[in-house]
Ligand binder design. Structure first.
Ligand code: HSE
Length: 369
C-alpha cells in the first residue's frame, strides 16, 4: 500500500521538528512552501568551497549546535564522487565541553549509542585527535532519519561530529588544515559506519549544493550551486539496505562499455549543471557501475523509474546505495512524480513515503556559546 500520510519517524524532541511532531520532509507528495528564492551560482565554474562559518578562531567556546542536512550520493553516474545536498531532513548535534565524554541519541535512527561506534562521536574524536586535544565532550544527537535508507544519514552525522569538534575547538575555518581535518575526521566516521572511505555524502552535507570529489585520496572537492527550478523528489521504500552490504554486491571489475557510459554521463551531467540545462542533468542519471548490481536489494526500483519518467521526471536513480530512489523534476511536476515513484514500489507491494526537497545549502552552525 502506498502511504501518503506524514510519518512520525523523527523524535518530536528534535530541534528540527519541535512543535510539529513529525519531519517536515516526510509528507504527502506536496511541494513545500518556498522558504527563499532559488539561487544560481554567481560563477558558471565550480568553486572550491570554504568551510561553513565557525566561531571566531581562538574564541572560547564551550558549546556548539549544528544542523547538517542529509544528502544523495552518486547522483546517477558519479559513483563515490558526486553528491547532492538535501534541504532536509537534517541531523542536529550539540557538543559541550565536559569532565568526561558522553553521548545521548534522540530520534531513533537505529544508530549506536556507544561513543566508539557512533559515527558523530567517532568523527568528533578523530578531529580532537588530529588537533592534539583530549576529547572530553558531551554529545547530544538528534537523528534526522534512520540509517540504511540511502539518503546519507551517516554522512550527515560524520560531518556534524567533525565540524562540531572544529567549532568547539574554535579552529580557524579559513585554514586549509582545518578543512582537511574536518574531511579526514568525517571520512573516519563513514569508515566506521560502512567500512569504506567514500566522502561523497559527507562533502554534499558539509558544503551544500552539488559536490564533486575530484580526488578522494587528496580530499579535493568542488561545489556547484545548481540552477533554479531543480527539485529532488525522494521515495523512501519500507526497506533497509546497509551500505556495507550494498558495496559487497559490486563486482571488482566492470565491462569497458559500462565504464564508458559512466564517464560520458558524468561529464554530461556536470555540463548540464553548468549550462543550466536541467533535462540534460536528468537524462544523465544513468549508472551502470553500481545500480544494476543493487537492483536485487531494491525491488521496485525499475518500476519506480518507469513510472517516474512517465510522470515527467527529468531522470530517476537510486539514491546512494539505496533503497531510497530519487528523481530530478521541475517544480510543477513534483507532486505527480512523487506519487509515480510510490506507485512503482506499490507494484511490488512495498510502501514508500515521499518528500520533495530543494537543493540544500549544507552544514550550518546554529548556536554556540
Ligand atoms: N557512494 C556510496 C555508495 C554512497 O554508493 O556505496 C553510500 O550512500
Amino acid at each position: 500500500m502506498v502511504s501518503t500520510a506524514a510519518t512520525s519517524v523523527v523524535s518530536s524532541a528534535s530541534p528540527e521538528t519541535a512543535g510539529t511532531g513529525h519531519s517536515p520532509y516526510l509528507h504527502p507528495a506536496r511541494p513545500r512552501p518556498l522558504a527563499r528564492p532559488d539561487r544560481c551560482s554567481a560563477s558558471p565554474f565550480p568553486t572550491l568551497p570554504a568551510l561553513p562559518g565557525l566561531p571566531g578562531a581562538g574564541e572560547q567556546v564551550s558549546f556548539v549546535r549544528l544542523r547538517v542536512p542529509l544528502s544523495i550520493a552518486n547522483v546517477g553516474p558519479g559513483f563515490d564522487h558526486f553528491g547532492l545536498c538535501l534541504e532536509g531532513p537534517a541531523d542536529v548535534l550539540e557538543l559541550r565541553r565536559a569532565r568526561a565524554a558522553a553521548l545521548e541519541v534522540y530520534g531513533d535512527g537505529g544508530v549506536p549509542r556507544d561513543l566508539k561506534r557512533n559515527v558523530a562521536t567517532v568523527a568528533a574524536q578523530e578531529l580532537f585527535r588530529l588537533a592534539g586535544e583530549p576529547y572530553r565532550v558531551e554529545a547530544r544527537l538528534w537523528k534526522g532519519y534512520h540509517g540504511g535508507s540511502g539518503i546519507g544519514s551517516s554522512g550527515a552525522s560524520a560531518v556534524a561530529g567533525a565540524l562540531g569538534a572544529a567549532s568547539l575547538l574554535a579552529l580557524d575555518g579559513s585554514k586549509s588544515e582545518t578543512l582537511s581535518w574536518v574531511l579526514q575526521a568525517a571520512r573516519k566516521g563513514e569508515r566506521v559506519a560502512s567500512g569504506s572511505d567514500h566522502v561523497d555524502n559527507a562533502a554534499a552535507s558539509l558544503f551544500g549544493g552539488f559536490t564533486l570529489v575530484e580526488a578522494a585520496d587528496e580530499l579535493r572537492i568542488h561545489r556547484i550551486v545548481p540552477p533554479e527550478g531543480l527539485r529532488i523528489v525522494v521515495a523512501l521504500p519500507d526497506l533497509r539496505v546497509e551500505t556495507r552490504k550494498a558495496r559487497a554486491v559490486l563486482p571488482p571489475e566492470v565491462p569497458r562499455g559500462d565504464a564508458v557510459n559512466n564517464a560520458s554521463r558524468a561529464g554530461a551531467l556536470v555540463l548540464g549543471l553548468l549550462r543550466g540545462d536541467l533535462p540534460l542533468v536528468g537524462r544523465s542519471l544513468v549508472d551502470r557501475l553500481a545500480e544494476p548490481y543493487r537492483e536485487v536489494l531494491v525491488p521496485g526500483l525499475p518500476e519506480a523509474r518507469t513510472h517516474g519518467l512517465a510522470a515527467g521526471a527529468w531522470g530517476v536513480a537510486l539514491a546512494g546505495s539505496g533503497p531510497a530512489v530519487f528523481a530530478l523534476a521541475p517544480d510543477e511536476l513534483g507532486t505527480e512524480v512523487a506519487a509515480a515513484l510510490a506507485n512503482g514500489f506499490a507494484e511490488k507491494n512495498i510502501r514508500a513515503d515521499t518528500f520533495i526537497s530543494r537543493v540544500g545549502e549544507g552544514a550550518e552552525l546554529v548556536g554556540w556559546g
